[in-house]
Design a protein around this ligand. Structure first.
Ligand code: GLU
Length: 492
């Protein structure tokens, strides 16, 4: 049993973006480390040269920084066990692979791709449950090996899986998982180009970096027996494993790009808050005993335990993410929303308009219960940023009556006498007009709303009027009176 300060790692292969599943893995590792006074390490698994993507690592680090998962050691934050890029550790893997060869736990294999293809075909014909290397090169003599090397025949180094008992994984999430050695192939550890495979580099680094707990996605579970055999071959202590449940689409298929966004940066650019993403991703495969659902990062650190990670696959439900986003938006400081709203405005068609903080803060407060995203302030209530150019015909059809023009004209007269009217003053004026006309307030409110905003929905009408201000309200009503009666006549 490992009983020291936890050291965990997030070990992505830089593919160009951070997958939401990767974010979940990073988050659980981070939470576990922070909760237990441990260290969270970022290691870049970049030994697959074919998959090199320019700028991928920078992008990954930027995304981790954005969500606030700060690592203790990793690129640009050297600890004692770097470098943290596998591509800078090739000598290390080679040294350890040679050690395995010397001890007969690995061997050099010179088989050509043609021979391997033949072998696979034969095994498939013979209906073997699984194609496996036949250990042909394990039996080469020292001399044959030397001759092959001298002749420049390229070779790989393979793990020598010896006959023996099943390999057992004691996983925190999945409990006991057993793999028969029969199904474990003599895995390639070092490729012909001298680069290590994932298995080799991953195990050597987890050991040398003092990783105590390996927390990663379930898709790596089938690799774990190979890793355990490697730990055993080296005589190294085996870390504790926790394999996190798969992420699924709503139809329970594996989460895929085809059914929606999978890159964290896509969610960022759609305007999701980092607080909401973290909260949502935390719940993909984990819950508290109380089943509460609304957390910030500090709450999560306090509550997170690996023991409460679920076995069953977690469904990625974007509607839930939207709901969580709205909840977080409501809890944010108004000044933070203001900053984001200004950023959104700067990228909108309203970028050249000048709004005071005071004005925007009123808009923010009035719409807070009606928005899920900061951009909704602009999309759902453009009337705070420009005069309406269209008027909702459904509302006109239902709510515009024969006396609407007259009532709105009376309202204009009533408020034009007011000086700097407050919200209540707009209300009092409206009630007076209703009283004098002996009608209900609703008879004025609905036409007034559509006249000033173009819409049938929005914040409370008195908030709307107060925010727009008296002069603007009067101007808008006057504009509308030139247009709406005609629309009404057309609609019949
Ligand atoms: N490089 C692997 C990945 O891309 C790491 C898996 C592991 O954590 O062992 O996810």
């Amino acid at each position: 049993m490992i009983n020291k300060t936890p050291r965990v790692r997030f070990a992505p292969s830089p593919t160009g973006y951070l997958h939401v599943g990767g974010l979940r893995t990073a988050l659980y590792n981070y939470l576990f480390a922070k909760k237990n006074g441990g260290k969270f390490i970022l290691r870049i698994e970049d030994t697959d040269q074919n998959r090199f993507v320019e700028g991928a690592v920078e992008n990954l680090i930027e995304t981790l920084n954005w969500v606030g998962l700060e690592y203790d050691e990793g690129p640009n934050k050297e600890g004692n066990v770097g470098p943290y890029f596998q591509s800078q550790r090739l000598d290390i893997y080679k040294k350890y692979a040679d050690q395995l060869v010397e001890q007969d736990n690995a061997y050099r294999c010179f088989c050509s791709p043609e021979r391997l293809a033949d072998l696979k075909e034969q095994q498939q014909k013979a209906k073997l449950p699984q194609a496996k290397y036949d250990k042909h090169c394990l039996h080469l003599s020292k001399e044959e090996i030397k001759n092959n090397i001298d002749a420049g025949i390229s070779h790989v180094i393979r793990l020598n899986v010896k006959a023996g008992e099943s390999v057992v994984i004691n996983d925190i999430v999945r409990d006991r998982v057993e793999f028969s050695r029969e199904v474990i192939d003599d895995q390639i550890l070092i490729k012909t180009d001298g680069y290590p495979t994932y298995h080799m580099a991953n195990v050597v680094d987890d050991h040398l970096m003092g990783i105590t707990h390996v927390i990663r996605g379930e898709e790596w579970l089938s690799s774990t027996p190979k890793h355990i055999l490697l730990y055993n071959a080296f005589g190294w202590e085996i870390p504790i494993f926790a394999h996190l449940p798969l992420l699924l689409n709503a139809d329970r298929s594996k989460l895929s790009k085809r059914q929606g966004d999978v890159a964290v940066e896509d969610y960022k650019s759609k305007g999701y808050l980092k607080e909401a993403l973290i909260n949502f991703v935390a719940l993909l495969g984990w819950s508290t005993t109380e089943n509460d659902e609304f957390f910030n990062l500090n709450d999560l650190i306090e509550k997170f335990t690996l023991e409460r990670v679920h076995k069953a696959g977690a469904i990625f439900n974007v509607e839930k993410l939207d709901w969580i986003n709205a909840e977080h938006l409501r809890k944010l400081e108004k000044s933070a929303i203001l900053k984001m709203l200004r950023e959104n405005l700067a990228e909108s068609k309203y970028k050249d308009l000048n709004y005071t903080d005071e004005y925007l803060l009123l808009v923010i407060a009035a719409m807070l219960e009606r928005v899920s995203f900061v951009k909704d302030y602009i999309d759902n209530s453009p009337y705070f940023f420009e005069r309406p150019t269209t008027y909702d015909e459904e509302v006109i059809k239902k709510r515009w009556k024969e006396d609407s023009v007259q009532l709105l004209e009376k309202y204009i007269i009533k408020i034009s006498h007011l000086e700097n009217p407050k919200k209540e003053d707009f209300e009092i004026a409206l009630k007076q007009v209703a009283e004098e006309a002996e009608c209900g307030a609703g008879r004025i409110i609905h036409p007034l709303r559509v006249a000033t905003s173009g819409s049938g929905i929005g914040p409370g009408v008195y908030d709307l009027l107060f925010i727009l201000g008296k002069d603007e309200v009067i101007a808008r009503i006057n504009n509308s009176l030139e247009v709406i009666p005609e629309i009404k006549a057309k609609l019949g």
